[in-house]
Design a protein around this ligand. Sequence first.
Ligand code: 4AD
Ligand code: MG
Length: 474
Amino acid sequence: MIRERFMSSLNASDRSQVRIRELLAEARPRPEVVVRGWLRTVRRGKEVTFFEINDGSCFASLQVVADSAGPLAPVLEELATGACVAVRGELVESPAKGQAVELKATELVLLGPADSDYPLQKKRHSFEFLRSIAHLRPRTNSFGAVFRVRSRLAFAVHRFFQERGFLYVQTPIITASDCEGAGELFRVTTLDAGNPPRVDGQVDFTRDFFGQQSGLTVSGQLEAELFATAFADVYTFGPTFRAENSNTSRHAAEFWMIEPEMAFCDLAADCDLAEEFLRYLVRFVLEDCADDLDFFDQRIEKGLIDKLQQLARAEFARMSYTEAIKQLEKSGREFEFPVRWGCDLQSEHERFLTEQVVGGPVFVTDYPKEIKAFYMRQNDDDRTVAAMDLLVPRVGEIIGGSQREERLDRLDARMRELGMEMEPLWWYRDIRRWGSCPHAGFGLGFERLLMYVTGMENIRDVIPFPRTPGHAEF
Ligand code: 4AD
Ligand code: MG
């Protein structure tokens, strides 16, 4: 309604505005429609002018045909790639191949002109170049497809959990605790960086905004755990931040994570849920985003749809860390990072396991406690914890999770071993004093998921405005 009133240039009471997706899906003539969008191409002929409008609602654009010498001639003259237009016309069967219907324009308004400096003149641009014009790249085929899939998948995430009775909890973005203990917290402060208050030479954070050192969250898990001891099944889905200075194609400083947390759940059931979740999301995009996936399959990763269909059917393999190390050792491969029991798995190891050893998704479980976070449940062997990582071909780790240490004495012992301060996590420990229960959860990196389902190779190309070392402009 608001939009209809606003667009007074093409008849204020116009109710015939539709999205191109609907017109193309229906593919039937209509006596009158109004379409608004951005020009992808213009071809001027002596008698007719063709132009393609895309409104972002679907991959395809709508072909518009206008009489070059008719009453629209002055506006047609001004049309150029990138311009924004409103068109009224009759939707007719298209005589040419390539589209079922086309729009015969009777009225045309140039809402926002574009000049020949418009950077998206060519059909194809490198992703590197498009990153430098992140404000315009959503208007390209590739990024249109990426961000439509992203939006639909976000919806599917909520649908999956809501259908299963999980409570959606919004965990804080500003926090004083470093959940993963990796020291990757971005600092949040209002102190004067050039002249902070000091006591004995040290910065005095008691005089900072929150009265203590605080930062941007690296994970909503600790708070989700609190909610799981009240609502049993909960999930968070929000932005997470890591000041990890690794300039890789799989790491971003700001990314979105989905973190379910379940009471009365052990590691095996945690893996079961992760498997069901990933399969659900893949099935959802196969059905819901078919046109966009066709594009990815043809242009970005050959065989993508096949791969996704296989995943939707496959049972995921499960393998202990100890077994994974044996497999890597007996492979005879020379890895850049040597393999021995106790080492953290690097990307090259993860990919070898999922691509060569298993040939599909694999959960690696029960990692050495030394390479995992303090909250993971300690196994009886005293050397491993009930952790799991889900590895998938090409992307590597897509999910990380664990059963949590619900026994206060064991948690305290581990925190002491790690030299952690008890006091700041008093609330986390409290939960183990009153009504503690076995519980487990995991984190799915939303961008890693998108890389997997679109075939895009760089995490920077599945986030609207990527934040990586040195990049926060737009
Ligand atoms: O394995 P991670 O660090 O696990 C956690 O944060 C747990 N608290 C989750 C939980 O049990 N609730 O991160 C989980 C996932 C990774 O598997 C990966 O997909 C993604 O988050 N991830 C990143 N994605 C993009 N850029 C980064 N810098 C990422 N770091 C982790
Ligand atoms: Mg991890």
